[in-house]
Design a binder for this molecule. Structure first.
Ligand SMILES: NC(=O)c1ccc[n+]([C@@H]2O[C@H](COP(=O)([O-])OP(=O)(O)OC[C@H]3O[C@@H](n4cnc5c(N)ncnc54)[C@H](O)[C@@H]3O)[C@@H](O)[C@H]2O)c1
Length: 351
């Protein structure tokens, strides 16, 4: 049985990837130190998810390891010699990074380097798939001409009719410290591909979401929005009239793409991975969609000032992914995804 390593295994994407690869017949080694609870407090705790994995999957082993522990990472990868490494562990919040710059950079940039070097030394031929982010483009997408519609912003430039392609510049814009640490890891992952000829891939995520997210105000927009709705708690909109647009992709569709890449890897690839235009929505539209499932009006307040560097409108151009992996496509609509998130929170909030 082939063994693989998934970092951040208790998180949204990590846990979905564990389930997916387990179903495909792999032995999955998960690495997670529940650092999300350190970054975001008890609301971000992912132990419930870790327990679920341990209780559900026979061929799963949890490793309580911090990816900043260089010696520990080198030793574990050398012992397991994984057939695939899927790296989803991160400090994932744009806004949180400014308060914890060392933790942010050490986790996102240095932790990624630890894993890359461990892979080069022990299993250079194994696909290395890294979760990057659309924040590597900084706030440059905000320079594209926009038009204001009734409930959302949209691009007013035919060049971006399908969304943002991978050729978009990542340079000379405001990234947030989080975006900068993710740029460092993104470039390093590409470099290990080009320089050492390793099968690496960066997935520049839009809004990755799904029923297993521990959404908090600073990270996990749809999950947090649904939780607020169910609890009757106020959701704060930061600027752009609530018409800011994100493209949402279900974590299972993310896992399916990761699997497709692992089966047919390429060298130093980069993909923009989001829900695309069809699965995009503004915050105002997300309120309405959620209310359809819960029958509860969303309580919200409006804060004039937008989040620093926040995208006004962002959706990924999925053309390259579809061309390289024609067997892959989005399978879960936005409505279906929100339905699943609602159901998951209804169950979790009962506990
Ligand atoms: N969710 C999104 O909307 C989104 C969007 C774009 C990119 N991404 C990227 O996708 C990846 C996964 O995101 P997610 O939403 O699943 O995040 P998540 O916070 O749900 O999961 C990350 C997991 O990594 C663990 N972790 C963090 N630091 C660690 C460390 N130093 N050592 C060991 N474990 C550690 C956390 O405890 C958590 O369980 C991240 O790289 C993130 O930047 C996410």
């Amino acid at each position: 049985m082939k063994g693989i390593i998934v970092t951040g295994s208790s998180g949204l994407i990590g846990s979905e990837v564990v389930a997916f690869f387990h179903r495909e017949g792999y032995f999955v080694h998960g690495i997670d130190s529940n650092q999300r609870a350190v970054f975001f407090g008890p609301q971000g705790d992912t132990r419930w998810s870790q327990q679920r994995l341990v209780n559900t999957f026979r061929n799963f082993e949890h490793h309580e390891l911090d990816i900043r522990d260089r010696g520990g990472v080198l030793a574990l990868v050398a012992r397991i010699m994984p057939a695939v490494i899927i790296h989803t562990a991160a400090q994932p919040s744009h806004d949180r990074a400014a308060a914890i710059p060392f933790d942010d950079f050490d986790t996102n940039a240095v932790g990624t380097l630890n894993l890359l070097e461990a892979a080069r030394r022990s299993c250079p031929e194994s696909p290395f798939i890294h979760m990057s982010t659309n924040k590597v483009y900084g706030d440059r997408p905000n320079t594209i001409a926009l038009r204001e519609l009734e409930t959302r912003w949209d691009y007013d430039d035919p060049a971006y009719a399908n969304g943002i392609p991978e050729t978009f510049s990542i340079d000379q814009s405001k990234h947030s410290l989080f975006g900068a640490s993710k740029v460092a890891s993104d470039i390093m992952v590409q470099e290990y591909g080009r320089y050492f000829n390793m099968p690496t891939c960066c997935l520049r995520g839009g809004c990755l979401t799904g029923p297993n997210h521990s959404g908090v105000e600073l990270h996990g927009f749809l999950s947090y929005l649904v939780k607020c709705n169910l609890e009757g708690r106020e959701y704060r909109i930061f600027g752009y009239k609530g018409k800011q647009v994100r493209d949402n992709i279900h974590s299972e569709d993310v896992a399916r793409f990761i699997h497709a890449f692992a089966l047919n890897p390429r060298i130093a690839e980069v993909y923009n991975l989001g829900g695309g235009k069809a699965n995009s929505c503004s915050i105002l539209e997300a309120f309405k969609l959620t209310e359809q499932f819960t029958n509860k009006a969303q309580v919200s307040t409006y804060v004039e000032e937008n989040r620093i560097g926040d995208h006004i409108c962002y959706y990924s151009d999925l053309t390259k992914m579809r061309q390289h992996y024609p067997g892959w496509d989005i399978t879960k609509s936005l409505k279906q995804t929100i339905g699943e998130i609602v159901h998951s929170w209804q169950e979790r909030l009962k506990r």
